[in-house]
Ligand binder design. Structure first.
Ligand code: NAI
Length: 358
């Protein structure tokens, strides 16, 4: 079979660090395995436009491997050209770069390595909440630039203790974030999700479910977004919803950039309506140099905790999603059942309940 992987270039770093498995250079560690089984393995980073390797090779590819970090967008149109395509594997978590409805129609399976990087992201969420609330970035900038003016930092720095924190989406990551927030003695932990947490889990973290989104955001000092991108979440956090946030709330989004309207969020940070926004996911990746999230600052000079998309691709996470990808391929080749948690789209059917209420 022909297996095509769309990965990002790691250049020098990938040559020096073989654990950077999600790079073109290190090929998810799959070449020897795939070739020993007689499969052809094409790995490329070229993914945009009709002359890209992605569009050229997809025509006769049987299995496509992509990652959310350098997403190869498998649109309905491209799927129509992919006559041999049977399986799409996301090396990581989040398969919104594949048109899931089109995959259902064409009986193409969509599988991901669920759980592989959820701790990595939950840790990043904790870091992002803390760096916003404690006004870390401007403080660090003073340290490296030779300045020292504590009042300029402290006037917008707070404790997380005593605040209300809510997660939009309480699946694998959202639940882990709630667990990690427990020792911070917040005033309250809230969640908004059409699926309730299991009762014991809800009790263990002491979280309260809020069923109305506007009511949910209006109660939170900090909102963290941990839901997949789908028809029901695209552009969900926009000017209209932001008006229901507490004035000066903090927003963290490590889920998908397009869940937020980029211009509306940047405007809210600039005006101080949001005290800050942090995340690693962008509506366009790589983000253009003039993306508003790169330069936005609140009126007191802080409030920007953006990074490139890396929270789910720590070296630990890469080991897990590379191994998980191999396991999915092996199951497929050997006709063994997949772990049900990894199946987003089965043959002709959406299996995951996380991509919207259908
Ligand atoms: P999950 O499937 O375990 O949980 C997602 C939860 O979101 C589910 O409980 C679902 O019911 C809920 N949800 C879906 N639509 C919703 C809506 N409209 N409103 C409220 N809740 C909604 O997924 P997991 O593992 O927690 O990951 C969540 C997302 O995080 C992924 O889909 C991916 O987009 C993102 N992610 C980002 C990474 C990064 O590196 N920044 C790495 C891994 C995941």
């Amino acid at each position: 079979m022909k297996v095509l992987a769309i990965l990002y270039n790691g250049f020098k770093a990938a040559k020096a660090e073989p654990r950077l498995l999600g790079t073109v250079e290190n090929e998810l560690g799959l070449r020897a395995y795939l070739e020993s089984q007689g499969h052809e393995y094409i790995v490329t980073s070229s993914k945009e436009g009709p002359d890209s390797d992605f569009q050229k090779h997809i025509a006769d590819t049987d299995i496509l491997i992509t990652t959310p970090f350098h997403p190869g967008y498998l649109t309905k149109e491209l799927m129509a050209k992919a006559k041999n395509l049977k399986v799409c594997v996301t090396a990581g978590v989040g398969s919104d770069h594949v048109d899931l409805n089109a995959a259902v129609e064409r009986k193409i399976q969509v599988l991901e390595v669920s759980g592989s990087n959820v701790v990595s992201v939950a840790e990043q969420v904790m870091m992002s909440i803390l760096l916003l609330v404690r006004n870390f970035v401007p403080a660090h900038e003073q340290a490296v630039s030779g300045n020292w003016q504590v009042s300029d930092i402290a006037r917008n720095a707070f404790d997380l203790e005593g605040k209300v924190v809510g997660t939009l989406g309480a699946g694998r990551i959202g639940h882990r974030v709630l667990q990690r927030l427990v020792p911070f003695n917040t005033k309250e932990l809230l969640y908004f999700d059409y699926k309730g947490l299991p009762k014991e889990a809800e009790q263990a973290v002491g979280a309260r479910r809020v069923e109305d989104l506007k009511e949910f955001v209006s109660q939170c000092d900090v909102v963290t977004v941990n839901a997949p991108l789908h028809e029901g979440t695209k552009g969900l956090i926009n000017k209209d919803l932001l008006q229901h946030f507490k004035p000066g709330a903090w927003l963290v989004n490590t889920a998908r950039g397009a869940i937020c309207n980029a211009d509306d969020v940047a405007a809210a940070v600039k005006s101080g309506q949001l005290r800050g926004y942090a995340g690693d996911v962008w509506n366009q990746q790589p983000a253009p140099a003039d993306h508003p999230w790169r330069s936005m600052r609140n009126p007191l000079g802080g409030g920007n905790g953006m990074t490139p998309h890396y929270s789910g691709t720590t070296l630990d996470a890469q080991t897990r999603y590379a191994e998980g990808t191999k396991q999915i391929l092996q199951n497929y080749f050997e006709g063994k059942p997949q772990d049900p948690g990894n199946v987003i789209v089965g043959v002709g059917k959406i299996e995951s309940a996380s991509y919207g209420q259908r």
